[in-house]
Design a protein around this ligand. Structure first.
Ligand code: UD1
Length: 354
């Protein structure tokens, strides 16, 4: 069996790690296509090196652009790649522009498409990711759902016949890395000189929070006023927008810091007092590490984290302050994101249906 995985953005490299490892263990011919959506070394190369992912076989070098320009460049380039590879499956990941471009190119070439992390919904049509995931689910032949809630969403949209619940591959990689970094000092604790457990880890990168200067200033001010140091692991997008609008990302309690490699991020979250984020992946990683999370959004796809009390949605500065300083959540041993063996299940399902 030959599987072509198409990836391009940071969270997709994390999901690719356990899949590539399971493919290699099962003797599957695994071809990795990197679209080039993310190209900074700390958003791309570091994940391949650190997580032991095979180097990409094909690199499209598409880079940044408006949604149409970026997605269109990927589409144009992928047609030729797929036609040359003729894979048994094209595997696409999550909800980025790389995901929808690969799904669309592949279905039009009559190649079977499997969507990993299918069925997530925010029901917020202003999010580019919501369009990417809905369009990809409806184009794909096989929908690999991470959670029961995702399975229900797919059923509501008439897609049950193509759906398989496999669990969440991010649990696979997180369990592995958590065990590797256990006891390892957090680079942030060392650098900032704060005692372990006495800082917050923050990431803010979504368009809805970065592109409007008033909104970004409100978030920066709220983080700057928190009761402990806040380390903002700043995506290039937030750094650029803050510079454009004269918003300081280092002020008061807030300290801007370059993004971290995956293991350093996990070590830092483990030794933090909490996470403040608008990332999908980090909400779930915080839950899996049992670190309280505040999500700077009006909704989340990962509703289980909220229902179980480990994640609180906060929009205004006052809501952020209240959520971050809330009492500790009730301990839980719930496992809504699977058992850490989702990637093996993905390979089995692709084999059985290939
Ligand atoms: C993308 C995904 C988002 C995901 C995020 C993870 C889409 C629509 N969005 O958002 O779902 O959560 O990745 O990080 O696909 N830039 C750099 N260096 C890079 C990449 C980007 O400087 O290596 C800058 C550029 O100015 C670029 C901007 O960041 O225009 C946005 O990058 P883009 O890939 O369009 O979206 P993300 O915000 O990273």
């Amino acid at each position: 069996m030959r599987v072509v995985s198409v990836v391009g953005a940071r969270p997709q490299f994390v999901k690719l790690a356990p899949i590539d490892s399971a493919m290699r263990a099962a003797g599957v011919e695994h071809v990795i296509v990197h679209t080039g959506q993310h190209y900074d070394p700390m958003l791309s190369d570091v994940f391949f090196t650190e997580l032991g992912i095979s180097q990409p076989d094909v690199h499209l070098g598409v880079g940044s652009g408006t949604h149409g320009v970026q997605t269109g460049a990927m589409l144009a380039a992928l047609d030729g790649v797929f036609a040359a590879q003729r894979p048994d499956w094209v595997l696409v990941y999550g909800d980025t522009n790389s995901t929808v471009a690969a799904a669309l190119s592949a279905v039009k070439l009559h190649l079977p498409v499997a969507h990993l992390e299918a069925g997530l919904r925010s029901f917020n049509r202003r999010m580019p990711e919501e369009h990417n995931r809905v369009l990809t689910d409806h184009a794909a032949d096989l929908l690999l759902a991470p959670t029961r809630v995702a399975v229900e969403h797919l059923a509501t949209e008439g897609l049950s016949g193509r759906t398989v619940l496999v669990g969440d591959v991010m649990t696979d990689v997180l369990h592995r890395v958590r065990d590797e970094v256990a006891g390892r000092p957090s680079p942030l604790v060392a650098e900032l000189g704060v005692p372990a457990g006495e800082h917050y880890v923050a990431t803010i990168h979504r368009a809805e929070n970065t592109d409007d200067p008033d909104r970004l200033a409100e978030i920066a001010d709220a983080l700057a006023a928190l009761d402990r140091p806040v380390v903002l692991l700043a995506h290039p997008r937030v750094v650029a927008k803050a510079a454009d609008h004269g918003i300081r990302l280092t002020q008061g309690s807030l300290h801007a810091h370059a993004p971290l490699a995956y293991a350093d991020l996990i070590a830092s979250v483990l030794q933090s007092a909490g996470v403040v984020t608008d990332s999908g992946g980090l909400q779930k990683e915080a839950f899996l590490l049992r670190v309280p999370c505040t999500t700077v959004r009006t909704e989340t796809e990962w509703v289980e984290t909220v229902e179980l009390g480990w994640n609180v949605l906060a929009r205004t500065g006052a809501e952020i302050a209240a959520a971050v300083t809330r009492p500790a959540p009730t301990p839980t041993d719930a496992t809504p994101y699977g058992d850490g063996h989702a990637a093996e299940r993905v390979v089995e399902v692709l084999r059985a249906r290939g």
